[in-house]
Design a protein around this ligand. Structure first.
Ligand code: PRP
Length: 212
């Protein structure tokens, strides 16, 4: 039996995924050692391999078949636009992609004004403004602390992830519009989907059984 390889987005997502997998008898003891610098971990008995990567790289590994299965946020799937099958909503890591800004900026979203939008997610922002709202905007890519942009006058609004809303609140900003809900998803390589359909179906069924 060949190995099925899992790519997990580093951090909380990976921790929650491993907890979830434990519940269906998929364990990987090696991975629990946080001091280890090992990059890939194996469960010989089940013929499974796991590795951690930066979230945005997970769909890349899965598209090219270097990983058969990936666990990653819906935001990353939408932003990366890779050829992968999204097969399951894992129900954790729930948050929302939103257009945010100062309350006074809300009218700028109603009148098709040419505004600047700062975001870590240019593809999602572009799709939302151009294809959903039909508003021409200038998109400015940032790499983090997006909430700074409207405060220092880089942009009128931002497109960013909102979880508890406390970052917005503490900085005098608000959700102006919701783009889409987000959560952790399971993605599968299209070839694996066909070649290992029984193992994949079985895995999906077991995981679905505990996330519902
Ligand atoms: C994310 C997101 C917001 C914040 C939202 O940032 O970009 O800034 O979390 O969470 P909240 O609604 O619970 O306050 P992250 O901490 O991942 O870092 P980043 O700003 O560097 O992207």
């Amino acid at each position: 039996m060949r190995y099925l390889t899992f790519a997990l987005g580093k951090g909380r997502l990976a921790d929650e995924t491993l907890e979830l997998f434990e519940k269906i008898g998929i364990t990987c003891e090696e991975m629990k050692d946080k001091t280890s610098r090992k990059l890939i971990f194996t469960n010989e008995e089940l013929r499974l391999r796991f590795f951690l990567s930066k979230g945005p790289d997970v769909p890349t590994y899965v598209e090219y078949g270097a990983a058969d299965i990936g666990i990653v946020g819906k935001d990353t799937i939408l932003e990366e636009g890779r050829k992968v099958h999204e097969v399951l909503d894992l129900g954790f890591g729930k948050c929302r992609m939103c257009v945010c800004g100062h309350r006074e900026s809300a009218p700028l979203l109603k009148n098709h004004e040419l505004i600047r939008v700062a975001t870590k997610y240019p593809r999602i922002a572009k799709d939302y403004f151009y294809n959903v709202k039909h508003q021409t905007v200038e998109i400015i890519k940032l790499n983090g602390s997006i909430e700074l942009a409207p405060i220092v006058g880089l942009s009128e609004v931002i497109v960013d992830i909102v979880e508890t809303g406390s970052t917005l609140k503490e900085n005098g900003l608000e959700v102006l519009e919701e783009v889409c809900p987000l959560s952790a998803r399971m993605i599968v390589n299209p070839v694996t989907m066909r070649m290992e359909s029984e193992r994949i179906k079985n895995l999906i069924m077991k995981v679905r059984g505990i996330v519902q």
